[in-house]
Design a protein around this ligand. Structure first.
Ligand code: KIV
Length: 307
């Protein structure tokens, strides 16, 4: 247990936030009002709590956790059970933002019934308020919507298609593929999706699709004309151990901060500078006096005295 986490402490509790809860309909209302939607990924209690308390509107438990948290080369390996585990941690932290869980590769690629059954687990067992699925899976979006499961679509560069795409490449670069992307976006919006992530597409394509849709687009590597923006938390704060993609802006250097803190701690331990006397617990004066007066009162117990 961390002694800095005091049970019942609501000092900076997100419950005290003055903001109203973000819901899927609230995102559509933000689009209507021209209010940009801020979104970030989070995968654990501490970062999700910071993200939520910073006023981010949508927290995505992204399958990018396969790479940035679990160290895999791509997003394909992460399982439903692993995604549920992280979604639960995020759920415990978030009070205001909409919590969206990514459906991992393989969990919605069979029948619609299987996809719905897996999606139900994210709402029922982990407290997600919506699921995100990649690709123009119109029938599945409809089935999820009919099952009362809010859906966020994900089009353009869909990382779960890395092998089909032959790598992570910007999509919709030709007139035909822009038209196809627009048709796909309209189709999944028509099937009930509440928002669509547009990833790795030219700004012009994202702008045209955003203008056509009644539901919000949330861009990542899709330019500034989307209704909202999302980034991977670890990219934002430099915890990725790799040069950032063109669309990433680093707002902080947690990598440097953590490295320096850990190195200082190790040095202090090695030089016996940590912990100090002030960071130690002490016996009360009467107990110390009693022990000093009768050092051998308890057989077999040796009392160490300060020199
Ligand atoms: O998994 C993820 O982090 C995502 C975002 C990049 C949109 O899908």
């Amino acid at each position: 247990m961390s002694f800095t986490q005091i049970p019942g402490d609501t000092g900076s509790s997100p419950a005290a936030t003055p903001f109203p809860k973000v819901t899927m309909p609230a995102l559509a209302e933000m689009k209507r009002q021209g209010k940009p939607i801020s979104a970030l990924t989070a995968y654990d209690y501490a970062t999700a709590r910071l993200v939520d308390e910073a006023g981010i509107d949508l927290v995505l438990v992204g399958d990018s956790l396969a790479m940035v948290v679990l160290g895999h080369d791509n997003t394909l390996a992460v399982t439903v059970d692993e995604m549920l585990h992280h979604t639960r941690a995020v759920r415990r932290a978030v009070r205001r933002a909409l919590v969206v869980a990514d459906m991992p590769f393989g969990s919605y690629h069979g029948t619609a019934a299987e996809g719905v059954a897996n999606a139900v687990r994210f709402l029922k067992e982990a407290g997600a308020e919506a699921v995100k699925i990649e690709g123009p899976r119109v029938d599945l979006v409809r089935a999820l919507t009919e099952a009362e499961i809010p859906v966020v679509g994900h089009l353009g560069l869909t990382p779960q298609s890395v092998h089909r795409m032959g790598g992570y490449r910007v999509q919709a670069r030709t007139a035909d593929t822009v038209q196809q992307l627009k048709a796909d976006a309209l189709a999944i919006a028509g099937a009930g999706a509440g928002a669509i992530v547009l990833e790795g597409v030219p700004r012009e394509a994202a702008a045209a699709i955003t203008a056509e849709l009644a539901i919000p687009t949330i861009g990542i590597g899709a330019g500034p004309d989307c209704d909202g923006q999302i980034l991977v938390f670890h990219d934002l704060v430099n915890l990725t151990f790799a040069p950032p993609a063109k669309f990433v802006r680093r707002y902080g250097d947690a990598g440097a901060l953590i490295r320096s803190a850990v190195e200082h701690y190790r040095e202090d331990v090695e030089h016996r500078v940590f912990p100090s006397d002030e960071e130690s617990y002490h016996l009360s004066a009467p107990v110390r006096q009693a022990l000093d007066a009768k050092p051998d009162a308890v057989p077999g117990v040796r009392v160490l005295r300060k020199a």
